[in-house]
Design a protein around this ligand. Structure first.
Ligand SMILES: [Zn+2]
Ligand SMILES: [Zn+2]
Length: 347
């Protein structure tokens, strides 16, 4: 048909254009990535709306920018920092168990290649991990799963069944505090939660970045709110529709600020006590936390060390934590004495 003759080149051109589009933006092929991209665009747009209306309506602010450029420069710096922090956190790995296993296996392979190395001892600086793996061991895969399984088992009390530790989705042994995320379809080390807003899991690898992101957003929200209040104080007699827009935006900012502040305080509490959101919310359902009295934080090593680990520790096998023994739990439960206070036992 003649129509086919006319349409065929057009269809071909369209297909080529779509192919090029897919090549340039591969994320648009996947619905999950598409929604993640939409969220990112929405976040940037939201920031621009709040700041844009301020600079559009507030003539005093424009005047102040000329008089005191450093003040607005600082505000814009925080504005950009919050956005950059969002993208860094969203793009960072939460610390996947599979990656940790691969790293561990690679390290084992290197040791095996070395003729002198017969044993590999993995130990953390603060003693949270003391796992010795004998490379001469042979099993399913002498450098693979069996070595990993053996190391993971060392984090649990003796007699723990391997079946209980194995994730039924990834078929991989989970170290303590790891959990399978159904959104990411991967096991995450020190799983905190899956953040829909960031489109990624929050775990051992990016919890610190996440805290900083909430902190920067809270500060930005507060500063923007102050600028809105200042505008309304000085320009309330201006055009009513301008005031209405600014009041509505201010109300939403206040709600956002309260939410962010509570989230920041909540995560600060988790950091200081070395807990995760998942452990706090599902405490009774998590097997390794069953039987531990309420108010006792089994992984806490004191405020200062918890803070140090949170800020400086990176997602790796060296930072996995073994389950505390009965003796250690008993020690944590011991009531505070004057000497404990003097020696800063809680720190
Ligand atoms: Zn899994
Ligand atoms: Zn996830």
């Amino acid at each position: 048909m003649p129509t086919d003759g006319v349409c065929a080149p057009i269809a071909e051109l369209r297909d080529r254009a779509l192919d090029r589009c897919s090549l340039c933006f591969p994320c648009l092929d996947d619905p999950a990535r598409r929604s993640s991209l939409a969220l990112k665009v929405a976040l940037v747009a939201l920031h621009l709306v709040y700041a844009g209306f301020l600079f559009l309506f507030d003539e005093e602010l424009i005047e102040k920018t000329r008089r005191e450029p450093w003040y607005i420069a600082l505000y814009l710096l925080l504005f950009v920092a919050a956005l950059v922090q969002y993208f860094i956190t969203a793009g960072s790995s939460p610390g996947y168990v599979l990656d940790a296993m691969e790293t561990y296996n690679e390290a084992n392979t290197l040791f095996t290649r070395s003729p002198t190395a017969s044993k590999h001892t993995a130990s953390s600086k603060n003693g949270s991990l003391m796992g010795t793996v004998d490379n001469s061991h042979s099993g399913r895969n002498s450098l693979g799963r069996s070595s990993w399984s053996k190391m993971v088992l060392e984090f649990y009390p003796p007699g723990t069944s391997m079946r209980v530790l194995t994730c039924s989705y990834c078929n991989i042994e989970q170290p303590p505090r790891a959990k399978h995320c159904h959104d990411c379809d991967k096991c995450v080390l020190q799983f905190d939660h899956h953040c829909v807003w960031l489109g990624t899991c929050i775990g051992q690898g990016n919890h610190c970045r996440f805290w900083w992101y909430i902190f920067e957003e809270t500060a930005l929200c507060l500063w923007t709110g102050i600028l809105y209040i200042t505008y309304l104080k000085t320009s309330i007699s201006g055009a009513w529709w301008k005031d209405l827009i600014m009041i509505l935006l201010l109300i939403s900012l206040v709600i956002l600020f309260i939410f962010l502040l509570l989230l920041l305080l909540f995560h600060s509490y988790l950091v200081l006590t070395n807990q995760t959101t998942y452990e706090l919310v599902r405490r009774r359902r998590i097997q390794y936390l069953r039987g531990i009295p309420e108010g006792l934080f089994p992984f806490s090593k004191g405020v200062c060390r918890n803070l140090y680990r949170f800020c400086c520790a990176r997602s790796s096998i060296n930072n996995m934590e073994r389950l505390p023994t009965a003796l250690e739990l008993e020690e944590k439960l011991r009531p505070y004495t004057c000497l404990d206070v003097l020696t800063c036992r809680c720190c």
